[in-house]
Design a protein around this ligand. Structure first.
Ligand SMILES: Cc1ncc(COP(=O)(O)O)c(C=O)c1O
Length: 419
């Protein structure tokens, strides 16, 4: 049978869109069981808190009859929504207290982002995102819902500045002149890959701009609580949720949406628990709920996370220990970078340090692709600025949220790759 008749043309297209890191997962380095494997300090996962998380889950997993049914519907149990409200009201300090009717629970943040594509946009519409950015947003918005990303260039301006907001305005104007339909700005706050938070006045400025342009603001706050102490920064910017502001003073509250989940702040990408919050747009949440059958988390994850988020002493301890470990690791890895004279950009949030390997490669003409090839040969997985549509070549993202022996092995291999 001819190869192209095995699947539809849509199927063929999807088959070309496989994530590029699956080979890493199949061959992960372990000093004892797989010393020849790939050291993975590229994928955005946090393994620093696994012992604490496993201990909690293993002592709290319990199954009731409710868990063997469709439960309270497909968008999260009432128990989980109440626990999320309890937790986020404390940690995000929203201006309007969160209640369960303000949210849908999703299978991870990815699914929440796709819900925005399905229900805020039509096929071929555009969402504006500033560079560098986590380009998997393209997959989430585009693969199934056919929504495009319009990348915003800053040409040397600080992406966290008020001037950067102006670049969005200009890009919007140009796009509409070209006949493109722009429906939203997507902010990643704190930012992946740069590991920084947006100042309060900049967040307000994005909200005002969305009001002026009558578009949505989607704030992906998946790394909200992974903000750590960086003693090298004189005035570190703390995280502030877009929910903290009285939305109606800045924009149409119907157009403000926030995403959070368990994947990063609780080091639990495998649980697949995310949430999409929209405090004034019931129709949007109804639209999301109507498609929730296709991807909602297992009741086992739902129930465990509900128990966890309601347990204040566990969450307080977990979050502060996570922050302390991230801070310690940041100090450790930047110490190694300094010893080798590798430039890096300061960060105090998320799981990353953004390093300029291009500035120190022996072959100064090496492209990002060349450097990636050397890293690949040394069996260390880090992602290059190409993955983030970086405007400047030579930058790479290192994930710092792994035990020190993993970081050290990874760093050794990076040094060999660029020497
Ligand atoms: C900014 C951002 N949003 C969403 C996701 C997807 O998270 P999840 O595993 O919860 O789907 C990631 C994962 O790296 C991310 O970095």
């Amino acid at each position: 049978m001819a190869a192209q008749s095995r699947v539809s043309s849509r199927g063929r297209h999807l088959a070309t869109k496989m994530p590029t890191f699956f080979h890493v997962l199949k061959d992960q380095w372990n000093p004892e069981s797989n010393p020849q494997g790939i050291v993975n300090i590229g994928l955005a996962e946090n393994t620093l808190m696994q012992e604490e998380m496993k201990a909690f889950i293993n002592s709290h997993l319990s199954v009731e009859s409710h868990a063997l049914t469709y439960g309270d519907g497909f968008s999260g149990s009432i128990k989980l929504k109440k626990a999320l409200c309890h937790f986020l009201n404390h940690h995000f300090r929203p201006h309007t207290t969160l209640v369960p009717s303000h949210m849908v629970v999703t299978a991870g943040a990815s699914n929440a982002i796709e819900c925005c594509a399905w229900s805020l946009c039509d096929p071929d519409d555009y969402v504006l995102i500033g560079r560098p950015y986590w380009t998997t947003f393209r997959t989430m918005l585009g693969n199934r819902a056919s929504v495009n990303v319009l990348e915003i260039q800053f040409e040397g301006l600080d992406p966290f500045s008020l001037e950067a907001v102006e670049c969005f305005k200009e890009a919007y104007k140009r796009a509409t002149e070209e006949g493109k339909i722009v429906k939203a700005i997507l902010l990643c706050s704190p930012n992946n890959p740069l590991g920084r938070c947006y100042p309060q006045e900049v967040l307000c400025s994005y909200m005002r701009l969305c009001n002026d342009l009558d578009i949505h603001l989607v704030s992906d706050e998946l790394y909200a609580l992974s903000v750590w102490e960086n003693l090298e920064l004189e005035n570190p910017i703390p995280f502030k949720s877009a929910l903290c502001f009285e939305a109606k003073n800045l924009m149409n509250p119907e157009k403000l949406h926030v995403i959070w989940g368990m994947s990063k702040d609780f080091g639990a990408t495998g649980l697949r628990i995310g949430c999409l919050i929209s405090q004034s747009n019931k129709q949007f949440l109804d639209a999301c709920e109507s498609i929730s059958l296709f991807s909602f988390p297992s009741s086992l994850a739902d129930n465990t996370v509900a128990e966890l988020l309601a347990d204040d002493s566990f969450t307080e301890h977990f979050i502060s220990l996570n922050r302390a470990r991230l801070s310690d690791n940041y100090r450790h890895i930047t110490g190694l970078l300094k010893e080798r004279g590798i430039p890096y950009s300061q960060s105090n949030a998320a799981l990353f340090v953004w390093v300029h390997l291009g500035a120190v490669t022996r072959n100064r003409a090496a492209t990002d692709g060349d450097i990636l090839e050397c890293l690949h040969r040394e069996k260390v997985y880090v992602t290059s600025g190409l993955t983030y549509a970086s405007e400047e070549p030579g930058w790479f993202r290192i994930v710092i949220a792994h035990p020190k022996h993993v970081l050290e092995e990874g760093f050794k291999r990076i040094v060999r790759a660029i020497a």
